[in-house]
Design a protein around this ligand. Structure first.
Ligand code: MN
Length: 319
C-alpha cells in the first residue's frame, strides 16, 4: 500500500549545531549514527524507503532548529537557507520527497513572509514548528498573522516536540522523564491546548494543526476535557464551539510517528476518526521497519489503512 510519511527529519552541516541540546540525550555513538542518517538522502534513506515501501517522505529540519537561535536576524537567514536546501533536495527527487518549511518565529512578520515564500515559490507543503520559541507559544497574538496565512495558503502547521522552556520541578532527579519518553509529549499537548483554548480555530476555522506521536496523548483525553470544561464553567474563557473536542476533531490531525502499538491507534480511530490520522515514522530517530510493520498489520479496515497510509496526507498536502 502506498505510504506517505510526514515526520521525517534531516539536517545540514550548517544547521546541525542547533540540534546539540537534543543530541546531549543520546549516547555519542547513537548520535553519530543518527547524524549520518540526518545528513543523508540517497545512500541509506532512499534505499530504506524502497525496502520498506515508503513512497514519499515529507522532510523537516530536525528539532529544535532555528527557533533556538538567539540572534533573530541569523534565525531568519538560516530558515531561508534551510528551506532553499530542502527545496533543492525535493527538486532532485520530486516523487519521493516533499517538505515542511522551517520558520524563524523570533520574527513573526518574517515567519509569515517565509511561509508564503516556502509554499508559493519553493513548493513546500506547510511548516513544522518545534515547540515554543524562547518561551513563546503559537497562541500568542503576535502569531495570529501566521495562522491567518497558513489558513489562506491551505497548508498545515506541524507542531513538533522540543524541550520545555524550563525544567519542571516534578522532573527533578528524573532525567529519564525529560525528552521523548515523557516530557516532550506533555509539553506539546499543552502547547496544542493553549492554541485550542485561545480561540485560534474560531478565528481561523480552516487552519490545521498536526501533532505527531499519536496526538501526544490528547485523543484519550477528549471526554474529560469536555466534561471539566463544562463543569468549571470555562474559567471565564469563551470559545465559539461548545466542546473543546470539537476543535481537536476538526482542526487537529495526528500522525503515528514514534508510536507503534494497536491500542493507541484504535483509541485514536474511535476518538478522531480515520480521516484525521496519518502514517509517519520519525526517521531516523525511529526505525522504518517497525513503523511499516505496525501499520501494515494493525487490526483496522483496508479503507482506514489507506486513509492513514496515504489518502489523508494526499488531501491535506495536495500531493
Ligand atoms: Mn520527530
Amino acid at each position: 500500500m502506498r505510504k506517505i510519511a510526514l515526520e521525517e527529519h534531516f539536517t545540514t552541516d550548517a544547521m546541525k549545531y542547533y540540534s546539540l541540546p537534543g543530541a546531549a540525550m543520546f549516547d555519542p555513538a547513537q548520535w553519530e549514527t543518527s547524524l549520518k542518517r540526518l545528513l543523508d538522502f540517497t545512500d541509506v534513506r532512499l534505499p530504506q524507503m524502497d525496502e520498506y515501501g515508503i513512497d514519499v517522505e515529507v522532510l523537516s529540519l530536525l528539532s529544535p532548529g532555528v527557533q533556538v537561535e538567539k540572534d533573530t536576524a541569523t534565525a531568519v537567514r538560516n530558515a531561508a537557507v534551510s528551506n532553499d536546501f530542502l527545496a533543492e533536495v525535493v527538486a532532485k527527487h520530486p516523487t519521493r520527497f516533499s517538505g515542511f518549511a522551517s520558520l524563524a518565529l523570533q520574527d513573526p512578520d518574517a515567519a509569515v513572509a517565509e511561509l508564503d515564500r516556502a509554499v508559493t515559490q519553493l513548493g513546500l507543503r506547510g511548516a513544522l514548528i518545534n515547540g515554543h520559541t524562547h518561551g513563546e507559544y503559537l497562541d500568542a497574538d503576535k502569531y495570529l498573522p501566521l495562522w491567518e496565512r497558513a489558513e489562506a495558503l491551505g497548508v498545515p502547521l506541524y507542531l513538533h516536540p522540543a524541550n520545555s522552556y524550563d525544567t519542571w520541578h516534578n522532573l527533578g532527579g528524573h532525567e529519564e522523564l525529560i525528552g521523548p519518553m515523557w516530557s516532550w509529549g506533555v509539553e506539546t499537548a499543552t502547547h496544542a491546548l493553549r492554541i485550542v483554548f485561545s480561540g485560534v480555530f474560531d478565528r481561523f476555522p480552516g487552519a490545521t494543526l498536526v501533532l505527531g506521536h499519536m496526538g501526544e496523548g490528547l485523543p484519550s483525553m477528549l471526554w474529560r476535557l469536555d466534561s471539566r470544561w463544562a463543569f468549571l464553567d470555562h474559567r471565564g474563557r469563551k470559545l465559539g464551539k461548545e466542546r473543546p473536542s470539537d476543535y481537536i476533531r476538526e482542526n487537529i490531525m495526528i500522525t503515528t510517528s514514534g508510536v507503534c502499538a494497536p491500542a493507541p491507534l484504535l483509541g485514536s480511530l474511535l476518538a478522531l476518526g480515520a480521516d484525521r490520522i496519518m502514517f509517519s515514522t520519525d526517521y531516523p530517530m525511529e526505525g522504518n521497519a517497525e513503523a511499516v510493520h505496525f501499520i501494515d498489520n494493525a487490526p483496522i479496515s483496508e479503507l482506514d489503512r489507506a486513509k492513514i497510509c496515504h489518502l489523508n496526507a494526499e488531501r491535506l498536502l495536495g500531493l
